[in-house]
Design a protein around this ligand. Structure first.
Ligand SMILES: NC(=O)c1ccc[n+]([C@@H]2O[C@H](COP(=O)([O-])OP(=O)(O)OC[C@H]3O[C@@H](n4cnc5c(N)ncnc54)[C@H](OP(=O)(O)O)[C@@H]3O)[C@@H](O)[C@H]2O)c1
Length: 315
């Protein structure tokens, strides 16, 4: 039997419950993974809070799309994006269905070798934010020599955007709360506080102009400042301004009406992320770790936005 988190209804963290369910042996092309850590993301909240619909037929609903763990069993003919998969391998699973669990069965196509450079907790928080960051940078056409503005630069996606852009030779100005500015400097970005006067502050920091912008926040301020500073709207990508973004001819990515899901580019990005981790260019910051049984508390922390890193569940 596996212990797993399900949403028993649509609502707040109080609808999350731990249940025991049988987990089958892996079929052909599948892998049974003992989960050592599962990453949480704001998207998980949108699913059970009803932000993406309230179909009662989907309840109880499994949650979580990324995990790190150890292979316990494999089906026939097994090979994943990073090669052969064997019992005992340390792996990252993305996209996983129902990753908030102590054991999951996943298709081999979602199972990649865990880089030794990351703990299980760090590895569990690598892929969703990292693949989103690669997609956003590609959409905004960011290249060496560019000056890039990142909104929400200290968040999960934002800090990945910063590190990958810096590694590619871009100069990055990133918005964050003042208490996170030292973190941003350590990642190689020039920090700037969001809020009134942001446009003028960024102009001062980037007197030669801003070539591209990535918005991970979705506020009017983030959208308006990006439009004021970046001449070519094709070089502004947002992963959060779904309502406003579409009408402004900027790139709206990932979810929501008219958004580009970028499935192929995000799947391919997984290997690039592993390479960046191994070369020391990309790190994952874990903010808080909770036992699976305390998932509701973990989600309160996630919603509070003050974890200062990924919120991770461990069985
Ligand atoms: N479309 C997609 O494909 C996709 C994929 C992944 C995530 N997302 C969405 O992208 C958003 C960010 O995800 P995440 O995982 O990076 O979340 P996160 O780790 O919670 O980061 C969010 C960041 O937003 C910053 N922030 C809060 N209010 C702000 C404001 N008014 N102005 C500027 N920054 C502000 C916070 O920075 P401070 O700590 O500095 O205040 C925080 O670090 C979420 O809405 C998520 O659902 C979309």
């Amino acid at each position: 039997m596996a212990r797993r988190v399900v949403a028993t209804a649509y609502g707040g963290p109080e609808v999350l419950a731990l249940v025991e369910e049988p987990v089958g042996p892996p079929g052909p092309g599948e892998v049974l993974v003992g989960v050592r850590a599962a990453g949480t993301n704001p998207f998980d909240v949108k699913i059970y809070s009803g932000g993406l619909g309230r179909d009662p037929a989907k309840l109880p609903m499994r949650l979580g799309s990324e995990a790190a763990g150890v292979v316990r069993a494999v089906g026939a003919e097994i090979s994943g994006p990073t090669g052969a998969i064997r019992v005992g391998d340390e792996v990252v699973v993305f996209r996983a269905a129902g990753a908030y669990a102590d054991e999951i069965v996943a298709p081999a196509s979602a199972v990649l070798a865990k880089p030794d450079e990351l703990s299980f907790e760090e590895a569990a928080g690598l892929m969703l934010v990292g693949t989103t960051a690669v997609h956003a940078l590609a959409a905004a056409g960011v290249a060496a020599g560019d000056t890039l503005l990142v909104h929400g630069a200290a968040g999960g996606v934002g800090s990945s955007v910063v590190q990958i852009a810096v590694a590619s030779g871009a100069r990055v100005v990133g918005t964050a709360a003042p208490e996170r500015h030292d973190d941003l400097r350590r990642l190689g970005a020039v920090p700037v506080a969001y809020g009134d006067g942001l446009l003028e502050r960024v102009r001062e920091l980037a007197p030669d102009g801003v070539d591209a912008a990535v918005d991970t926040v979705g506020t009017d301020e983030a959208v308006d400042v990006s439009i004021a500073l970046v001449a070519d709207r094709d070089r502004i990508a947002t992963i959060a301004a779904f309502t406003r973004g579409g009408g402004l001819w900027i790139k709206v990515l990932g979810a929501g009406p008219g958004a580009d899901p970028g499935t192929a580019i995000r799947d391919a990005a997984r290997l690039e992320l592993l390479r960046l981790v191994r070369s020391g260019s990309l790190r994952v910051r874990v903010g808080r770790v909770y036992p699976l049984a305390e998932v509701a508390e973990a989600h309160r922390t996630l919603a509070g936005g003050r974890a200062y890193g990924k919120v991770v569940l461990v069985p």
